[in-house]
Design a protein around this ligand. Structure first.
Ligand code: PHE
Length: 338
């Protein structure tokens, strides 16, 4: 009896690493000369009063062994099936990485270029009040220059607008900080312009502001030349007199793109020059509006549209491509690190 109980324990605990081990187990218990046949053969030797108990225990052992053999056999068959379908020589599946959007790439590159010369980031709300978007920037109510920017007014009241430029961030920053200051503010801006291939209701600008003692127009020019060299590899720029209410004097910045290829010719309409941004010396009225003494401090500001810069940098044919999310367009920016 003790020996049979040991067999029961053995059978219960048995596991096989492979079909050969299982076969060994099967032969040991179930073959003609196996343990079970031997036990059944000895049944007649068992005294009558023990026959019942003996029979039960041997049957229990038989059931356990049979079940064990059946389940292990099935699991080996399953593994065999998986293995026959599994091709370990097949190359693994590649996990595709997405690409950054060109607007983000260009924004980050511009930030990187200006951060090397001490500019830090600052931001403000896209829903702006009249003061920060217009009045403090030397655009009082009824000023004709307000028409330059087709403003979206928010229902809440005439005072609340979607900011038409990132210049509003200048005001917010100057209100809360003391010079010297060097900031860069990227962000979305909104204008109610007719939709064409060249304009959007929402686009991205990046604004720079530098205020300190003795900041000159020459500093502005030098800074912008450093920037165009770093971004386009072209340092030749020209400043054309222009008008912005918040800067005086004001200028449009053109970069000399060159006329080496047909594309250059087409992009620059045969002039070699491309307009890339607006800039100027911060108007003394603006400084007064934020309690900075214009006798003590001067500064410059510049602002550019990121869509336009990206258009030039990557020779993108149509501004609508930015928002169509065509994978074939977006994929082309995969190699860009920024
Ligand atoms: N805010 C101007 C625009 O949106 C750009 C600009 C910024 C011009 C700073 C001069 C100085 O057109």
């Amino acid at each position: 009896m003790d020996q049979i109980k040991k067999y029961i324990d053995e059978a219960r605990e048995f596991t096989a690493q492979n079909p050969a081990e299982l076969e060994e187990f099967r032969i040991k218990f179930l073959s003609k000369k196996g343990i079970l046949n031997d036990l059944f053969a000895r049944f007649k030797e068992v005294p009558n009063e023990q026959k019942k108990e003996f029979g039960q225990v041997v049957n229990e052992l038989k059931n356990i062994v049979n079940e064990k053999v059946a389940t292990l056999k099935e699991s080996f068959e399953n593994i065999g099936e998986i293995h026959s379908k599994l091709d370990l020589t097949r190359p693994g599946e590649i996990h595709e990485l997405g690409a950054r959007h060109p607007i983000n790439i260009v924004k980050n590159r511009i930030i990187d270029i200006f951060s090397r010369i001490g500019f830090t980031l600052s931001d403000g709300p896209e829903i702006e009040d009249d003061w920060h978007n217009f009045t403090a920037l030397n655009l009082p109510e009824h000023h004709p220059a307000r028409d330059m920017q087709d403003t979206f007014f928010i229902e809440k009241g005439p005072d609340v607008v979607l900011r038409t430029h990132t210049s509003s961030v200048q005001i917010r920053y100057m209100e809360e900080n003391k010079p010297p200051m060097r900031i860069l503010s990227p962000g979305r801006v909104y204008r109610n312009e007719a939709i064409s291939s060249r304009s959007h209701m929402m686009f991205h600008q990046i604004e720079g502001l530098y205020i300190d003692k003795d900041v000159s127009f020459a500093d502005l020019r030098q800074t912008l030349s450093y920037f165009t060299e770093a971004l386009f590899g072209k340092s030749k720029i020209r400043l054309r007199p222009s008008y912005f209410p918040f800067t005086e004097p004001s200028a449009e910045v053109d970069v000399y793109w060159g006329l080496e290829t047909e594309t250059d010719y087409r992009m620059t309409k045969g002039t070699g020059w491309l307009e890339i941004m607006g800039c100027g010396m911060v108007d003394p009225n603006v400084l007064k509006n934020v309690n900075i003494d214009p006798e003590e401090y001067t500064g410059f500001a510049f602002g550019m549209g990121i869509e336009r810069i990206a258009l030039l940098l990557y020779q993108i044919g149509d501004i609508r491509m930015y928002t169509e999310n065509d994978i074939r367009f977006l994929e082309q920016f995969k190699s860009e690190l920024f």
